[in-house]
Write a protein that binds this ligand. Structure first.
Ligand code: IMP
Length: 402
């Protein structure tokens, strides 16, 4: 059944891990939105870590056809580096990679603009500085460069001129259009045969598709904590428009969340932890940005926010990740709802005793220590859909199917 994996918190929920786990059941893996602001870490059984930024996380499964959808913004140099990295690992990708002709290119001036704004603005968003926002801006003002333009060298240079002129007050006047053009033509030589109509490809196949969402629901340009959001649709609608498929192509939506909360960059996070528990979770969970290496902000799991994300995405099932990270804590909090004190919403917590023992060897729910089972059940009771996957360790196999 065609399945969508979506992040239902602030990103970094371990979507890559879940995609990698589910991949054997699918023939296609498709990304729909975002770009190299994503960093999906997959840990292989031999302990090797593998981070994908543009390619779907299911890439390491040799039978999977990988699709980069039309809603994506693609830095061609990052893509080439990622393809090379795969090849160095013995993962051949070129003959099973399909890049939408409609996807937009992240250009060097987009990255310049993103970084410059972050440096200059007092109220910064805390972006990944990968040029994501400015690329979507060019897309919306109909001034972007698309993958299909790589196939049309005779019009490409004038399109770059037009785009550069569009930013003339914001980027250095010496921006070398010839160099931009020549660099793109090098990329075109490698990618030419992979560029196609991926919407047509996905709509016409009967083989099962895994749609991999990027970022998380609360970073969605419309549904998220605006303006502290990314520039794409990270929710279910973004999968449809970004992959270019009909809603009838979607069989199931799996929402992925962590047993706690993290956020990178600025913006509201009502359950944020400001004591040493945050450091413990950050260190054990290795909660540092996989793209930017920034320490992630840490909070308690927020079920009110999760219920909202489940509703707006039509989530059918949930995967709860990284429960093992909480094993060192004496006490764990679960935000079950909010209380309006007239001035602001305040989280109401359920306090749970910690289990203080290693749970990574557990292969069934029944093998968890009692306090860990209680924690799991306390979360499940408050949510309207079942948690069907639970990760209890970093290795590929440490997932309990429920
Ligand atoms: P941008 O997507 O680089 O424009 O960043 C906008 C906001 O989204 C910032 O707060 C980033 O930290 C956040 N963000 C973007 N991509 C990710 C991600 O993959 N995981 C977590 N946060 C992200």
């Amino acid at each position: 059944m065609n399945t969508v994996i979506l992040g239902v918190q602030f990103g970094d929920e371990s979507k890559g891990r879940v995609a990698d786990y589910l991949a054997p059941n699918f023939k296609y893996a498709a990304r729909a939105a975002g770009g190299a602001n994503a960093g999906h870490t997959v840990v292989l059984d031999n302990g090797t870590k593998f981070v994908t930024r543009l390619l779907p996380s299911a890439i390491s499964h040799g039978h999977i056809k990988c699709v980069l959808g039309q809603g994506m913004v693609i830095d061609p140099n990052v893509l080439l580096a990622e393809i090379k990295d795969c090849e160095n690992r013995g993962i051949s990708i070129r003959n099973r990679l399909y890049i939408s002709h409609n996807a937009h290119l992240v250009m060097p001036y987009h990255q310049y603009l993103d970084g410059m704004r972050e440096d200059k603005t007092s109220s910064r968003i805390g972006t990944t500085r990968k040029g994501i926002g400015p690329t979507y801006e060019d897309k919306c003002r109909r001034n972007g460069i698309r993958m299909e333009d790589l196939l049309e060298p005779h019009t490409l240079e004038s399109k770059i001129w037009r785009a550069v002129v569009g930013w003339e007050n914001d980027i250095p006047t010496t921006t070398p259009v010839n160099k931009l053009y020549n660099d793109l033509m090098v990329c075109a030589d490698v990618l030419r045969n992979n560029i196609c109509d991926t919407s047509e490809l996905l709509n016409s196949t009967d083989e099962p598709i895994l749609f991999e969402g990027a970022q998380g629901t609360m970073l969605d340009i419309d549904a998220g904590t605006y303006p502290y959001v990314t520039s794409s649709s990270t929710t279910i609608g973004g999968i449809l428009t970004g992959a270019g498929v009909s809603h009838k192509k979607i069989g199931k939506v799996v929402g992925v969340f962590k047993a706690y909360l993290t956020r990178v960059g600025a913006g509201p996070m009502p359950t944020e932890i400001f004591n040493s528990d945050a450091d413990v979770i950050r260190d054990i969970g290795n909660e540092y940005g996989s793209v930017t290496k920034r320490p992630r902000r840490i909070g308690w799991v927020d079920l009110d926010q999760l219920r909202h994300a489940i509703t707006i995405n039509g989530v059918d099932e949930l995967a709860m990740a990284k429960m093992d990270v909480l094993s060192a804590l004496d006490e764990i909090k679960i935000c079950v709802k909010y209380f309006d004190d007239g001035e602001q919403l305040r989280p109401i917590y359920k306090l749970m005793p910690g289990w203080k023992s290693d749970i990574s060897h557990c292969t069934k729910l029944s093998e968890l220590p009692l306090a860990a089972k209680d924690f799991f059940n306390a979360i499940q009771e408050e949510l309207p859909v079942p948690i069907t996957l639970l990760s209890v360790g970093a290795e590929r196999s440490r997932i309990i199917q429920i």
